[in-house]
Each structure stands twice: as C-alpha cells, then as structure tokens.
Design a protein around this ligand. Structure first.
Ligand SMILES: Cc1ncc(COP(=O)(O)O)c(C=O)c1O
Length: 401
C-alpha cells in the first residue's frame, strides 16, 4: 500500500488506510478449494472440525456453528425460553444485534449504564432486576472482559441465565479462563472485521446439554438431522420436524476459513496488542483524547478487537462527527462503535428510553470512534493513524478564553 511517510508524518496518506481488512492466507484459500472440489459445500465435516477446534480452545462442552452472532444471540434467547413479557438486562453501548434480538423474541431490553471500561457496570445490575427478568446479556466491549465473577454471582443468586455477547471476544481471558467457559451460553462473531473471520458467521458455545440440543434443532428448521446426516452419510434421508426452526447453519465453505483462522488467532491477538500499545503510547500525552480503562489484571487478556478513542469535545472546537470526517480527509478509515442503543428512534419510541437515563453511556456515545486495528496493517500505518489524530487535535484545540 502506497503511503507518503511512515512515521509522525504531517503529510496526508496518498491512499486510504482501510478501517479493517481480514487476514486470509493461502491456507484458507486452499481449504475452500478443497471443499469445492470435494462436492460438499454446505454444513458438513469442516463445520464439525471448526466447532471442535473452537470448543476445545475456549474450554466448553458444546459448540454450534451458525450464520452469524446475531443468529446465535437469537437462538440463545429461544433456547433459554425467553419471550413475551420477559426482561433481559444488557448494555446500551453495543451493536444493534444485542438489543434487536431481545426485542424480536418479544422481551424488553433493560439497559444499565457502563463503567470506565465501557462494559456493563455490575454494580447497577441488581437494581435493574424485576420479577420479569430472565437473563443478563453482558457484552465484552472491544474484547475487554466484563467482570464475570460479579455477574455470575448475581445471576446465580437471582436465578438468571447469563448469555455473553462475545462478538468481540474470541481469545479474551478473564481470571485465567477463556471467554466461552464462564456464562451459560456465549456467542462469538466471525464477521470480516472480527478477530477471526469466516466471511460472515458465528458460534454458540455452552456447557448445558439442553441449551445445546435446543440450539442445534432451532438452527435448522427444528429438524434433528442436518444436510450432512441426511444426504452425506449412508442413512435413509428420513426426518422429523420437532418444532419450527430457522435456517441458521454455517456452510463448510465458511468453516474452511474458520479452521485456519483459529490456528492464527493467538498470533493475531499478539499483533493487535502490539499495535494497541503503540496507539496508547502515541496518544498518551494528548489530553483532548481519552482512552477507556483496560486494567491488566492477572489472568486477563484483552483481545483488542477494537481500538476506540473518545474525542474530548469540551476541549475541542469540533464535534465527534467532524473529527471522524477529518480522519477520512486524512485518508484514515474509522469506525463508529457504538452510538448508544437507547438513543435510537425505535428504542425511544417503543420502550420510552430517553437522553439522561444512562449518563456515562451517553458521554461515550457522543465522543467515541474507532481507529484501524488489524494484524495486516504495518507499524507505519498505526503511526499514520495516530499522527492524523494528533494533527486534528492540534488544529481544533479550543483556545482558553
Ligand atoms: C457487540 C456485538 N454483538 C453482536 C454483533 C453481531 O455479530 P454478527 O455480525 O456476526 O451477527 C456484533 C457485530 O458487530 C457486535 O459488535
């Protein structure tokens, strides 16, 4: 990729630094070709291998490959029997998927405010519990783990199911345990910007055999046998519909990517961590830029899915959107993770959420944006992005009156 200057340059890059780019190699390409030549391209042996590899990596008893994390979150709620009139406690600092699936099963998303790490604040969970509460859905924001000990303790005491939205958190560790081995159900995403990708895809993991069985049925029309068992093996292709389900099965073409991405995951996280440190060092003295807290407790591993910054708009003469616009003008791709859900029109109209309810989430929602962070970038790219931030800040720092 052509860039003007690698380090601390004030010159604009000649070409856009993409916000994200998947790291796919020949291994993935050859595995996809192998599937195509084998004649088996939908759910089959490669999905099974991907499930086994991920299951063992995170330390769970069951893993079910799905079309997306959204599908996994949807099925987790149905597997837990959550529906009309129920409430699920979650965070508003998340992607649409988390709250949308709660709403789509007929339940109410009950938001609580976040802490300095941008994860759900466990201290506020207990006060949000009512007789209708059925589950807590924490989101490991950007790949930094939620305080799972406290969340699990509340859930066990109040008889609630814990469904972890781990879309950002494959490879995240909490107290020496991998995310995927703690909550009742955990869901990962393999969307192209995630730490590993299958193009699109997701995986639900659980230790609970009945949640696993329900998810397996629901992912494929409520039918016990998937296509591999119906057409691939020497069995009579008979089947029974136990209840109406969905069409959420991952294909072998996608799992072909996942098998090799899993092998590279730890190296990817190492590279992401190295680049996150460079960002932290490059931006530490910029007082107009705030970084989330991410304390490195023993046994904690941040998977660094995202590197987010908060533009201190009280010290700047521009707002966050203008800041993002100037980043793009400097040819640096940026992301917005996330505008608060409770400020979205549907959630305000339907559930009566309004500005002022979750002050910390709103503070973050007004200031946050994401810088490029992926293994395929160079150290020079990271420094270019940090330099662009510094230059925009220098241009727009509010002069004291
Ligand atoms: C926090 C969070 N949850 C869920 C999802 C949904 O993941 P998917 O795109 O695999 O459905 C995303 C996707 O970006 C996400 O960021």
């Amino acid at each position: 990729m052509a860039i003007t200057k690698a380090s601390n340059s004030s010159a604009r890059r000649k070409e856009l630094l993409p916000f994200s780019r998947p790291s796919l190699g020949n291994e993935e390409i050859e595995e996809v070709v192998h599937s195509m030549k084998s004649g088996w391209i939908t759910t089959g042996p490669k999905c099974h291998q991907f499930e086994e590899d991920l299951r063992k990596y995170v330390g769970a008893s069951h893993a079910i490959a799905l079309t997306s994390a959204t599908a996994g979150l949807h099925l987790s709620l149905l597997a837990a029997g959550i529906g009309h009139g129920d409430e699920v406690i979650t965070t508003s600092m998340t992607f649409a998927a988390t709250a949308n699936v709660i709403t789509l099963v007929g339940a109410r998303p009950v938001f609580v405010d976040i802490g300095g790490d941008l994860n759900i604040n466990p201290e506020l969970i207990e006060t949000a519990i009512t007789t209708r509460t059925k589950a807590i859905m924490p989101v490991h924001f950007a790949g930094y783990p939620c305080d799972m000990d406290r969340i699990m303790a509340i859930a066990r005491r109040r008889n609630l199911v814990v469904i972890e939205d781990a879309a950002h958190a494959i490879g995240t560790e909490y107290n020496g345990r991998r995310i995927g081995s703690i909550g009742d159900m955990t869901i990962f995403s393999f969307h192209p910007i995630k730490n590993i990708t299958t193009g699109e895809g997701g995986m639900l993991v659980t230790d609970n055999p009945s949640f696993a069985e329900k998810t397996r049925l629901l992912k494929f029309h409520g039918i016990q046998k998937d296509a591999w068992k119906r057409y691939g093996a020497k069995e009579i292709p008979q089947y029974e519909i136990l209840f109406p389900g969905f069409k959420y099965n991952l294909t072998d073409l996608q799992a072909a990517l996942g098998i090799h991405q899993m092998k590279k995951l730890d190296d990817f996280i190492e590279q992401r961590t190295r680049y996150a440190r460079i960002y932290q060092e490059s931006l530490r003295d910029v007082k107009e830029i705030m970084l989330p807290e991410a304390p490195a407790h023993k046994g904690t591993r941040h998977a660094w899915h995202l590197f987010v910054v908060l533009a201190d708009i009280d010290r700047l003469a521009i707002d966050r959107d203008r800041f993002m616009g100037e980043m793009l003008e400097a040819n640096i791709g940026i992301g917005l993770h996330f505008p608060a859900i409770h400020l979205q029109p549907y959630y305000q109209k339907t559930f009566g959420y309004a500005r002022g309810m979750f002050p910390r989430t709103e503070f973050v929602s007004d200031r946050i944006f994401s810088l490029p962070l992926y293994p395929g970038m160079s150290e020079g790219d990271v420094r270019d992005a940090a330099s662009a931030v510094r230059e925009i800040v220098a241009r727009h720092t509010r002069q004291p009156k």
